[in-house]
Each structure stands twice: as C-alpha cells, then as structure tokens.
Design a protein around this ligand. Structure first.
Ligand code: 7PJ
Length: 281
C-alpha cells in the first residue's frame, strides 16, 4: 500500500504504507492545549519541524485552528496568516510531506499553492466548497469523524453503536469524495479520537479500528496526549507521552497505517520494535 503525492508545485513523493508512518504535529496556534503556544513563532516552529524530522516523522501536520473542546472559532484571515507562511517556510527548507490541518477551502487553496501535500480535515470536507476545492487541487485527503462541533462536541456524546455510526459517516464521506472526483487512492480515514466521544467510545474505536482498516483505505490514528490517555492515567498533558505511545502502538497493531503524534522520537522507537516483530517469520 502506498500513496503517490504530486503537489501543486509538481513535486513527486511516495509514502510507502507497508510499514507504519508518523505524522508529527505542529500546532501553530497561541492556545493549542498541549503545547501552550510554545511554537508560536516561525523560527521556533521551524526548529520543531527539524527536530521532528530528525526524530523520524514522515509527515508534518500544520494547523492554525485550535480544535480542543470549547476552543474559540478562528477566522479565515487569522488561520491563513498562521498556516500559509509556515507551510511555505517548511516547504522551502525541508523535503518532507506536509499536511494542512484545516477545514476551509481558502486555506486548502493557499496552502496547496505554497506546497502542501495533504489536506487533513477534521470536518471531512463538509465546509462550503471544501470538497470541490480538494478535488480540484488533486491532493490526498484525510477524512475524520466528529460528532458535533469543537465548541459542543464533548457536552454529551451519544451513540447506539459508535463503531457502526463512525463507519457509516466515513462511508458517506468516501462516497461524496469519489463523486466529486477524488480518486480512491487519495483517501485516508480517521475515526477522530476525542471528537465528540467519551473515553469509552474512544477505546471501543481503538479496539475495533480494524473494522475501518478492512475498508482498504489507509487509517490514521490521532490519540496523542488526548483525554482518552489522560483520563485513564489521571495525568496532565505533559505526562502523557508513554500512554500516547502505547495507544499509537495498539492502533498500529490493529492495522492503522499513520499515527499523528506530538512525541515523535518516542513513537518512532516503539514503531521500530513493532516493525522488528512484524518483519520476522
Ligand atoms: C486530529 C486531527 C486527529 C486528524 C486534531 C489534537 C486536536 N487531525 N487534528 N486526527 N486531532 N486527522 O491534536 O488533540 O485525531 S487537533
């Protein structure tokens, strides 16, 4: 399994998913919950990118909208100002895959123009023009499930069968993408840990992530430092690294192909151990 990336600048990159890959998170927001705005200058952000790449990240995920529960809504101008110069700077300096964590068509368009390779959308291309823009840009997309909005999603998440309902939603979005002209080789799925889910829902999805893997689409898992880790450990965000690595490893063991993480070096070590086991007879 591999994804072929041809971005708007014409560069060709292949992501081989026969072994699991790491997406390193760079949240370029002043209020990002786990980094507390630590990387909110271009220099610091680039330093962090370099470190994540040296530590083994294959993709750098750049977002300008904080989507933690109850986060304030970010307007388009602010998001563009945070994301576009950073994508451009990373593209100029590093030969890596860049995903843009956004839901807005205009952010997709401008980020693609300066070299983004992947559109990572927690709203699964449901915002105005997002689907059409993604199809036009010709970039791979990550479709994530969320119940509600970041403002209300953790108030009272409810499902009869969380696995079935998330699968139904993702299937509908896959259909919408295919209909809009996005090829099936360009679709990545994500169950959306923490997005309108109780801790129990999150663990049900982790346990049954293979149900999504069986669709044949690559599955991305993002549980790094989230409350599903913190609640079980009863630890604050800065003490969730080992729990997050354990969660990433379980996701990979159950078939996830990409893990979205803050702690790249630690995750890379864990995945090397997994790989050593996976490769032997
Ligand atoms: C996710 C994301 C995730 C994908 C965020 C955080 C909140 N994109 N963006 N999957 N989470 N695809 O990192 O805690 O789980 S922002």
């Amino acid at each position: 399994m591999q994804i072929h990336f041809k971005n708007q600048q014409g560069s060709d990159r292949l992501l081989d998913l026969t072994s699991p890959k790491i997406m390193g998170i760079l949240n370029f927001t002043p209020d990002s919950f786990s980094d507390s705005g630590k990387f909110f200058t271009l220099d610091k952000a680039l330093y962090q990118v370099e470190k994540m790449l040296n530590d083994g990240a294959n993709i750098i995920d750049i977002g300008g909208e904080s989507t933690r529960p109850n986060a304030p809504i970010v307007d388009l101008a602010d998001e563009l100002e945070r994301v576009v110069p950073l994508v451009e700077a990373v593209r100029q300096r590093f030969d890596c895959l860049i995903s843009v964590d956004s839901s807005k068509a205009e952010v997709f368009r401008q980020a693609a123009k300066v070299g983004a390779d992947i559109l990572n959308d927690i709203r699964a291309l449901q915002e105005p023009n997002a689907l059409e823009t993604a199809a036009q840009l010709g970039l791979p997309v990550c479709l994530m499930h969320m119940q509600g909005t970041p403002q209300n999603m953790q108030q009272n998440p409810e499902y009869d069968d969380v696995v079935e309902e998330v699968a139904d939603f993702l299937n509908q979005r896959i259909f919408a993408c295919l209909t809009a002209g996005i090829p099936k080789e360009h679709i990545i799925l994500d169950v959306g840990f923490g997005f309108g889910k109780t801790v129990q829902h999150n663990y049900q999805l982790l346990k049954h992530i293979n149900a999504f893997v069986q669709s044949g689409y690559p599955v991305l898992a993002g549980l790094s430092r989230k409350s599903m880790i913190g609640n079980v450990l009863n630890k604050p965000v800065e003490q969730r690294t080992i729990g997050s690595v354990a969660g990433a490893l379980l996701a990979v063991q159950n078939g996830a192909k990409i893990v979205r993480v803050h702690d790249v070096a630690e995750t890379a070590d864990a995945l090397k151990i997994w790989q050593a086991m996976a490769e032997c007879e």
